[in-house]
Design a protein around this ligand. Structure first.
Ligand SMILES: [Zn+2]
Length: 387
């Protein structure tokens, strides 16, 4: 229900306008989340290869689980019968479930969107399904997440016509109202999604419309896709300007590289999620201060040093580059766990450094140093630089 979370700003952006970054505390049913914060993604009720203890040790305080995936398998009703998502996956901290809209559009085959909802085929077995705003809320209520998100119709930011963006944004607004009307689970917060693509007037109008509804938080959707960093920055600026005095948390969905996170925090965003740190880890790409290390590179086979000297993670505290390089070459399962622990530790530590800089009022002065630490880890096709 609206009001199931509390968000308090501890440090407001400075009056000189040098940054719009702010520090906050989001109180949810299963605990407090300090913002700005990054949410690791547990698609199938697991952050791939990690245990809940691994996540805890990496510094995770909230994770995201995918409504679409859990609805299809093992089924939200089954999870509810087994005591809800927290008990099912043995994670006792906050969980946000997404709306399912993005996965329906990106994974579902033969989807047909009408004003009432979206019909799609499962990417698992081709079976036919239908999500309406009411049904997407019912699924998330059954899962029992701390934060539910209203069903939206995302479109590819750069590749969509203005007509398509306008149509999807209007529909998202009507679905937002229906989602709020349907939502009834006590103790579960609900966030709404701003769309509007890269169209400045549509994005501003969407931010005004969604923030006019009694949601607990405001998501910025339809970004972290095919847009350029400049287009993304401009779109964030438009939405944040509309939300300037709004007291609720702002969540940019799908952004995950440290460099991108830093710029979005600087522009006034509080929450993020992405599969990126874990996905690139499973490909052997380790994030380290100043850049990336591709552990598949043959030169690491004889390297006794840890991946990152001062990193407290499961990988760096006990194992060498040589060992991890061997595990990847031998396709040993432990490689995926260790590499994922490291990249999530790096990402969550980076967010903690950003929060510390905001707290001390030095974020704008620290930007060059933080950008250097984030390296050129930006976007999906970032230049590869060995550390
Ligand atoms: Zn590490």
């Amino acid at each position: 229900m609206p009001g199931a979370s509390r968000f308090a700003l501890e440090t407001r952006p400075p009056a000189d306008g040098s940054t719009r970054a702010r520090l906050g505390r989001l109180q949810l049913r299963h605990g407090v989340v300090e913002t700005p914060q990054f949410m690791p993604v547990g698609t199938n009720a697991t952050v791939k290869a990690l245990t809940p203890d691994d996540l805890h040790d990496a510094g995770a305080t909230i994770i995201l689980a995918n409504t679409y995936h859990l609805y299809l398998r093992p089924g939200h009703e089954r999870i509810a019968r087994l005591g809800g998502l927290h008990r099912f996956m043995a994670w006792d901290r906050p969980i946000l479930t997404d709306s399912g809209g993005f996965q329906v559009v990106s994974l579902g085959d033969l989807r047909v969107v009408d004003d009432d909802g979206v019909t799609f085929r499962s990417h698992l077995d081709g079976s036919l399904h239908r999500f309406t705003p009411e049904h997407a809320i019912a699924v998330q209520e059954a899962l029992g997440s701390d934060i539910a998100v209203a069903l939206d119709q995302p479109v590819a930011p750069a590749a969509s016509s203005r007509e398509l963006v306008a149509d999807a944004t209007e529909r998202t607004h009507r679905w937002a109202e229906r989602s709020l009307a349907a939502h009834a689970r006590p103790g579960q917060a609900i966030f709404g999604i701003v769309q509007g693509g890269l169209e400045a007037d549509l994005r501003a109008a969407s931010a005004r419309f969604i923030s006019g509804l009694p949601f607990d938080g405001i998501c910025l959707g339809g970004l972290a896709g095919d847009e350029t960093p400049e287009q993304r920055d401009a779109t964030i600026d438009i939405a944040v300007a509309e939300l300037a005095e709004d007291p609720r948390p702002r969540y940019l969905m799908g952004l995950g590289s440290p460099a991108d996170l830093l710029e979005a925090v600087h522009r006034g965003v509080d929450l993020f999620d992405s599969v990126m740190p874990a996905r690139v880890a499973r490909n052997g790409q380790l994030w380290v201060p100043g850049g990336k290390m591709n552990i598949r590179n043959g030169r690491y086979l004889d390297d006794p040093a840890p991946v990152q000297e001062d990193c407290p993670c499961l990988l760096c505290s006990r194992f060498s580059r040589a060992y991890l390089a061997h595990l990847f070459r031998a396709r040993e399962l432990l490689a995926y766990r260790l590499a994922t622990c490291h990249n999530l530790t790096f990402t969550l530590d980076f967010m903690a450094r950003i929060r510390a800089a905001i707290r001390s009022g030095t974020l704008s002065a620290s930007l060059p140093e933080l950008r250097l630490r984030a390296g050129r880890v930006s976007g999906s096709e970032a230049a590869v630089k060995s550390a």
